[in-house]
Design a protein around this ligand. Structure first.
Ligand SMILES: O=C(O)CCC(=O)C(=O)O
Ligand SMILES: [Fe+2]
Length: 811
């Protein structure tokens, strides 16, 4: 089977695993849907070494009974019968007998094959219960293993997907029969998957209901995370009707109701239930349930509750670190004591505790709940009450992306500020990139004429060998002997052929290798190997292209989910895309180029996203070696003008780029690459698609300080969707994960956000080659008709032909 396993350090990877073996007392479930919760994210952040490393994650799930529990072995069954007759001689005998009895009971109690079930997460096997009984000073206590509440606090429990037991992010999961509950017909998986947190929510609501708030008194929930929403819904169901509207008023309180995308989603679910979302305040309330998940929630809740009211605390969080001990031996304890007294319980002051006593407020902790109650509540709820609960669905193979997307509100903040972020665990093998560089370096070390034979004449197509016109002019001047004698001598002595020739930046690019792509886009150009046993460029180039394309799809699924859209929103629009892969070579610079001529001038990419591989640590000495810099948008205003601000089309370095040290205001060095890391940046395509919420941040590659040993290679994948993909911010923003479009007068979509096709409005580079005589939309329509039909007549309007296959030139 396949399973998403937690690795040390927090990475989640989908791997092959054996299906769990038949185990006495346990039923095998085929997982149909599993959720991600805050606990999972905490495990996947790798904050602490824990019992789940090496195990499968996932504890919120729905499954189907796939294999019944095995019957107890005959001998064990006989022992069980004996034990029932006589007093157990030893704890071990008792354990074996209990296990056999459990196995037999499981066979009887297990729902039939194919039954849809959910399962409680705290597991105590008969052996564990017997061992606990033996631990307990002969008292015979089994820690209450027979009941869900007893299992929740059992000293020997394991916890599905959390503590020492494989979880449900897998094809199959095995759980004790005692833990499973059949899901009522008609309850969708998307609701049943929430039964575990719903059970916890109903337990909290039950505490409030038991406290019997007086008729008409209001109650509040602090926090509109997933749990806060469920607690509010559970309160609405649990509390008796009252108040002027015939109900006990329930309000969800948040710091800023208009705040995050997550709050917006919560507001949608709550609105359907008629539960208002309001800023923290109001009250006093008869009951307050703290679902903030933070240490200051309790203090806030206590400040909002009325005398004799109840505060239910649901937040769990890593305890704050102890106050730092004051310097100086014996004084340390004394110095620390006042600080501890001021905030003994994570923000709860001594004064607040005294206040709690005086006002006779009840403070109740609440964690797990009863699945039976939760299932009944879910079945009784009005249809559609949890619509919008599942924000995105991922395939098990994409578990890592799913975790990243779930962590999105924080993790993807970088998107909105710089539009750049680092990516690890992306599946692009460092070895494959290494093989590409081993083939690319000898290609670039050839004489200029050999490389020029792999160039496409006259057009920017992002295929084959390329230099920008300005760079070509500079190299021509160097070749013509334009440099002073001393400089020419330094250059002539340089070991790198490209440095001797005055090449500042050169690239080799390829596009998709599908045959259909060749018919529309400019065909790929594959030069012969340079000889001397050097490898051919094509195999490593296409291998890295494919790996980068898969990684880009993963990133785009993550970003779609972060935007609140279906995870495949961008991928579905890129099935016949025109991405390209570029190996860039920045030779050493034995002679400093003229001011204004940089390795790559300031530009934004015309991609949706660009995935950039850099030599690990290679930009550590950026100032000396010449490396990547970016201009974050909040600093852009401070920067002096440099360039026209227009996208340069995949970083094609034409124009008046800046050398190192020029126009430095606001520009920051990109930190060095860690081993195995990709740098991802938003291009003009995604910037437009998101209405500018995620900026296409300008970046450049500066020259090294003269004389520094500074050859540099990088590998960039520019993802481009279908040329006909409609880039429509208004459509994407409907999903609610991005801020609304700014700048539209009278509700109009501003012109800069008006819908366009990608090929017409964002990037024509490398496309429309064969049909370049046609308007872009017409060309795109023909291409896609052809992709669907496979009939060349659809592409050419009946003419056939194939002249463009020979469109490469020789120097
Ligand atoms: O080589 C690099 O580090 C980045 C190049 C770049 O920005 C581009 O080619 O678009
Ligand atoms: Fe770029």
């Amino acid at each position: 089977m396949r399973a998403a396993v937690l690795h040390a350090g927090g990475a989640v990877r989908t791997v092959s695993r054996g299906t769990p073996p038949p185990t006495a007392g346990e039923v095998l479930l085929r997982v149909t849907l599993a959720g991600i919760c805050g606990t999972d994210l905490e495990l996947a952040r790798g904050y602490k070494a824990n019992a789940q490393v090496g195990c499968v994650l996932g504890h919120e799930f729905v499954g189907v009974v796939a294999r019944l529990p095995p019957p107890p072995p005959a001998a064990a069954a006989a022992a069980a019968a004996d034990a029932a007759d006589a007093d157990a001689a030893t704890a071990a005998d008792g354990g074996a007998a209990a296990a056999a009895a459990e196995a037999a009971a499981a066979v009887d109690a297990c729902p039939p094959l194919g039954t849809r079930v959910v399962a409680e997460i705290n597991c105590v096997t008969a052996a564990d219960a017997a061992a606990a009984a033996a631990d307990a000073d002969g008292g015979g206590a089994d820690g209450g293993a027979a009941t869900p509440a007893g299992r929740a606090h059992h000293p020997r429990r394991t916890v599905v997907g959390i503590g020492g037991r494989d979880g449900a992010w897998a094809t199959y999961v095995s759980v004790p029969v005692a833990n499973v509950h059949a899901v009522p017909a008609g309850l969708p998986d998307a609701v049943a998957v929430a039964v575990e947190p719903l059970a916890a929510a109903t337990a909290a609501a039950a505490v409030v209901a038991d406290a019997a708030p007086p008729t008409g008194a209001a109650v509040a929930v602090l926090g509109a995370g997933r749990l806060g929403v469920l607690v509010a819904l559970a309160l609405r169901a649990a509390l008796p009707p009252g108040g002027t509207e015939g109900r006990t008023p329930v309000t969800v309180l948040v710091r800023s109701p208009a705040g995050s995308p997550r709050t917006a989603r919560a507001a949608g679910v709550l609105r359907r239930a008629g539960i208002p979302l309001a800023p923290v305040g109001g009250g006093p309330y008869a009951a307050v349930v703290d679902c903030t998940g933070g240490p200051d929630g309790v203090a806030t809740a206590l400040s909002l509750v009325r005398p004799t009211g109840v505060v239910v605390v649901k937040s769990t969080y890593a305890p704050p670190p102890p106050p730092p001990a004051a310097a100086g031996g014996g004084a340390a304890g004394a110095a620390a004591a006042p600080a501890a007294a001021a905030a003994p319980a994570g923000g709860l002051s001594a004064a607040a505790l005294v206040d709690l006593v005086v006002r006779e407020v009840r403070l109740v902790g609440s964690r797990c709940g009863n699945f039976g109650v939760a299932l009944a509540a879910a079945a009784a709820a009005p249809a559609g009450w949890l619509d919008g609960w599942v924000s995105a669905t991922f395939d098990l193979e994409d578990a890592a992306a799913a975790v990243a997307a779930a962590a999105a509100p924080g993790a993807l903040k970088a998107l909105a500020t710089t539009g750049f972020f680092r990516l690890v665990d992306h599946g692009v093998d460092d070895g494959a990139v290494g093989a590409l560089l081993r083939a690319a370096a000898p290609f670039f070390d050839q004489p200029a004429a050999a490389k020029a034979a792999a160039a496409v004449a006259g057009m920017a197509v992002s295929r084959g060998y390329e230099q920008s016109p300005q760079h070509r002019a500079y190299a021509a001047a160097v070749a013509a002997g334009a440099e002073p004698t001393a400089a020419a001598a330094a250059r002539a002595a340089h070991p790198e052929p490209a440095a001797r020739e005055g090449i500042l930046t050169e690239r080799f690019c390829c596009g998709p290798s599908a045959a259909a792509a060749d018919l529309f886009f400019h065909p790929n150009v594959w030069p012969p190997p340079p000889g001397g046993g050097a490898p051919h460029l094509r195999p490593p180039m296409t291998a890295v292209y494919d790996a980068m394309a898969a990684a880009a799809d993963g990133v785009l699924r993550l970003l779609a989910a972060a935007a609140g859209a279906p995870a495949d929103y961008f991928v579905d629009r890129s099935r016949h895309g025109h991405s390209n892969l570029q190996v860039a070579h920045y030779p050493s610079q034995p002679v400093a180029p003229p001011a204004g001529l940089a390795r790559v001038k300031a530009h934004a990419d015309s991609s949706t996203v660009t995935l950039l591989w850099r030599v690990a640590g290679g930009d550590a000495e950026t100032a000396a070696r010449g490396g990547l810099q970016l201009l974050p948008r909040h600093r852009a205003a401070a920067a002096t003008a440099d360039g026209d601000g227009a996208g340069a089309g995949d970083g094609t370095g034409d124009g008046d780029g800046l050398g190192h040290g020029d126009g430095g205001a606001g520009w920051v060095d990109v930190p060095p690459a860690a081993p195995g890391e990709l740098l991802v940046n938003v291009g003009a395509g995604l910037a437009r698609w998101t209405g500018g919420a995620w900026p296409a941040t300008r970046h450049r590659v500066v020259n090294p300080v003269a004389g520094a040993p500074a050859r540099r290679l990088s590998v960039a994948f520019f993802h481009k969707p279908d040329v006909r993909a409609r880039v429509d911010a208004a459509e994407l923003l409907v999903y609610g994960g991005l801020p609304p479009l700014a700048g539209g007068a009278g509700g109009q979509v501003p012109a800069r956000h008006a819908p366009v096709t990608y090929g017409e409005g964002v990037s024509r580079v490398g496309v429309l080659h064969r049909l370049r005589h046609l308007p872009a939309d017409e060309a795109a329509a023909r291409y896609h008709r052809f992709v669907a039909s496979g009939d060349v007549a659809d592409l050419e309007g009946g003419e056939g032909g194939g002249a463009s296959r020979d469109a490469r030139t020789s120097a």
